[in-house]
Design a protein around this ligand. Structure first.
Ligand code: GUN
Length: 309
């Protein structure tokens, strides 16, 4: 069997189209455009790419976006003061502080300082608590995007066994809470789980959010399961690439390694998932595209909630 590919591209485009229409309506009927400010500290190369994409997509959809880029040696208090200023600005509907922050900055304290009503990442403890209570809140973008992929691909969640591998605050934990809200039976696995394959093989829906290239193999996947790959990793070893990609895919992956030094790989071995899964999200072109689309949606939702629309 060859898995059905769940492309994130069309789904992300439909969501962005809906958000663009809503922004146009808000401008016509209420006379404002939502505002998003992204704060980035230091020179993490992946963060630069992600933030660039968030700002560019905002402009495309009609969100007024601002990028505050601070030196790596900016102090904790300076970042805190910037967040407080953004909290008080009426033209700012969404505040996003890109992670990771340099280690001298206490990231939990920064995230807690963001006004929960402007917390478009959904990382503030108030929004985390609301999500866990099943109350309407701003929800972390990547797990929210996974739910959109499942729903818009007509994959049933209610009553299914969903297994999430990874327990991060950004993906694993909120993913489990959202699947539970959709009435799945949810198991969370992590690095200390005993006999991981025997647990993941029970999954109707398997979400991999571990941060290790190609970690989930055929032996982890039940025949016909839906496999959602949240990982984004760089692979530059050609022998390892040969284990990950099918004969069709391998030449262009090897060419990418030659040309730019790496190819993008998720947390799932794509060759083995394609043979075993019923459906599978590719990397690139899967969940990653949804993260930005959901951030745009959260920004509009935050603007409407704060302005009581
Ligand atoms: N770093 C990696 N993913 C994310 C995200 O979703 N939000 C923020 N703020 N930083 C990240």
């Amino acid at each position: 069997m060859t898995a059905r590919i769940l492309s994130g591209r069309e789904i992300a485009e439909s969501i962005k189209e809906e958000v663009r229409d809503e922004i146009a309506r808000l401008y016509e009927e209420h006379g404002f455009r939502p505002g998003l400010t992204v704060v980035r500290v230091g020179e993490d190369p992946a963060s630069a790419v992600y933030v660039g994409s968030k700002v560019k997509t905002s402009h495309e959809l009609g969100i007024i976006s601002e990028h505050i880029h601070l030196d790596a040696d900016t102090t904790h208090d300076e970042v805190l003061q910037i967040v407080k200023k953004l909290n008080s600005r009426d033209d700012v509907d969404g505040i996003l502080v890109q992670l990771p922050l340099p280690t001298h900055i206490d990231d939990s304290a920064i995230l807690e300082a963001i006004d929960p009503a402007k917390d478009v990442d959904g990382f503030h403890p108030m929004n985390v608590g609301r999500l866990n209570q099943g109350v309407r809140s701003l929800v972390p973008c990547t797990p929210a995007g996974v739910i959109e992929i499942l729903k818009r691909s007509n994959i049933e969640i209610a009553g299914k066994h969903a297994v999430v591998v990874g327990r991060s605050n950004i993906v694993g934990k909120p993913m489990a809470a959202l699947l539970l809200k959709e009435n799945a039976t949810v198991t969370i696995c992590h690095s200390r789980t005993a006999d991981l394959p025997s647990v993941t093989r029970q999954a109707d829906i398997l979400v991999a959010a571990i941060g290790r290239a190609g970690f989930v193999r055929g032996e982890h996947i039940r025949e016909g399961a839906t496999v959602i790959d949240v990982g984004i990793n760089n692979v530059s070893d050609k022998e390892f690439a040969a284990e990950l990609f099918s004969a069709d895919d391998l030449p262009k992956r090897l060419a990418a390694i030659d040309n730019r030094g790496f190819t993008l790989v998720g947390d799932v071995n794509p060759k083995e998932a394609m043979e075993k899964a019923g459906s599978f999200t590719p990397v690139p072109g899967g969940v990653g595209l949804l993260t930005v689309a959901m951030l745009m949606k959260n920004t509009v939702d935050a603007a409407k909630m704060r302005r009581k629309i």
